[in-house]
Write a protein that binds this ligand. Structure first.
Ligand code: NAP
Ligand code: MG
Length: 401
């Protein structure tokens, strides 16, 4: 069989730990045998980021702007322990944060639904898609430790040098402070991406913030959404028979738990980070969730919603067998390949992506799966496979298609 050709490169962002191992398995077993893989490779592994003073992360984001589509492996966001473990020059920022700051946009995360893995919230009948704003707030915050008594203020200096001040706190002892921001333009594109995605997928859109407490910051999110909805989308939503619904974040959480699913839940950056892990775990596994960053300029970055699965990696390093679920990482590749195919008019590539996804789900439905799924499946007589054998089982299914 001749391999599928690619006309435009895909931006490939390699990552860390167990997901880096899976990355290579997926390429070797599921991609390279079938595709003349054309990627521009960026190594976002922590060692390379440290070596390049994180320039490689910036370069990979700029390459995404050039080519339009990227696929990213999970990466370590350094904390104090990692600085020691990897002997880092600095506690580098989250690569996802850096990439999102450059591309802007919204991250859509949806559970990968498969027969035999039932949501643990029993009334959830349909997937819940989380739309996470991918710019600003705490991810672009600046912070200070306040050593002792003193006054902290917010100061805005306009172009003419006029200052506006707002007291944050008059400290009488040590403390902490954080400054964060967002940009109306980014919130507007967040709103439009959500409204468009709702229309594309014919699902209701929910949005929630804490505007009762945050009367300027969160309230601006609420107002921008409402204004764009009223001016640009209300009629389209009505015609499509779908709804836009705003509520407080705590009310939203309560309603989500009681709902049937089948809608998009738009979240501010931090809420989306937290809630997507809750949703994915409740739908089965962190490893059964797709994630794509859609920028307002039409750039796409596909990734898995989970992290580098550190605990499994240490087992792997110790020579022990691991059973790490590669589904979300496979779907990151298929999402990116399909989008590449769509943009290039490459039908073969799009069909391959569909087939690989089907082969992955069929393999699970046939009772072959990793341990995380075996623990929760309603299927009988399942075979628990190790990380590599699961990927090989998918290849076998793919071969029969
Ligand atoms: P994690 O890698 O998502 O793993 C947390 C736990 O969830 C694992 O220990 C495992 O549970 C389970 N799990 C997650 N993915 C799995 C998979 N594919 N197959 C089977 N089980 C899976 O989160 P973490 O351990 O908190 O973070 C590790 C590193 O990832 C951190 O350095 C963090 O900065 C980074 N991170 C990166 C991203 C990203 O790049 N997008 C996102 C989040 C975190 P058991 O141990 O019980 O098997
Ligand atoms: Mg997270």
């Amino acid at each position: 069989m001749e391999k599928i050709k690619m006309t435009t490169p895909l931006v490939e962002m390699d990552g860390d730990e167990m997901t880096r191992i899976l990355w290579q398995y997926i390429k070797d077993e599921l991609l390279l045998p079938y595709i003349d893989l054309n990627t521009e490779y960026y190594d976002l592994g922590l060692e390379k980021r440290n070596e390049t003073d994180d320039q490689v992360t910036v370069d990979s984001a700029l390459a995404t702007k050039k080519y339009g589509v990227a696929v990213k492996c999970a990466t370590i966001t350094p904390n104090a322990a990692r600085v020691k473990e990897y002997n880092l020059k600095e506690m580098w920022k989250s690569p996802n944060g850096t990439i999102r700051a450059i591309l802007d946009g919204t991250v859509f995360r949806a559970p990968i639904v498969v027969k035999g893995i039932e949501p643990c919230v029993k009334n959830w009948k349909k997937p819940i898609t989380i739309a996470r704003h991918a710019y600003g707030d705490v991810y672009k915050g600046s912070e200070m430790k306040i050593p002792g008594p003193g006054k902290v203020e917010l100061v805005y200096t306009d172009e003419n040098g006029n200052e506006t001040r707002e007291l944050v706190h008059d400290f009488t002892g040590a403390g902490i402070v954080q400054g964060m921001h967002n940009i109306n333009k980014s919130i507007e594109s967040f709103a439009r991406s959500c409204f468009n995605y709702a229309l594309d997928t014919k699902q209701d859109l929910w949005f929630a913030t804490k505007d009762t407490i945050s009367k300027k910051y969160d309230h601006t999110f609420k107002d921008i959404f409402q204004e764009i909805y009223d001016n640009e989308y209300a009629e389209k939503f009505e015609a499509a028979g779908i709804e836009y619904f705003y509520t407080l974040i705590d009310d939203a959480v309560a309603r989500v738990m009681k709902s049937e699913g089948g809608y998009i839940w738009a979240c501010k950056n931090y809420d989306g980070d937290v809630m997507s892990d809750m949703i994915s775990s409740a739908f089965g596994s962190l490893a059964m969730m797709t994630s794509v960053l859609v920028s307002p300029d039409g750039y796409y970055e596909y990734e898995a919603a989970h992290g580098t699965v550190q605990r499994h990696y240490y087992k792997h390093l110790a020579g022990e067998e691991t059973s790490t679920n590669s589904v979300a990482t496979i779907f990151a590749w298929t999402g990116a390949l399909r989008k590449r195919g769509e943009l290039d008019g490459n039908k073969e590539l799009m069909e391959f992506a569909d087939k690989l996804e089907k082969a992955t789900l069929d393999t699970i439905e046939s009772g072959k799966m990793t341990k995380d799924l075996a623990l929760i499946t309603t299927l009988q007589d399942v075979t628990v496979l190790n990380s590599l054998d699961f990927i090989r089982a998918i290849r076998q299914t793919l071969e029969t298609m």
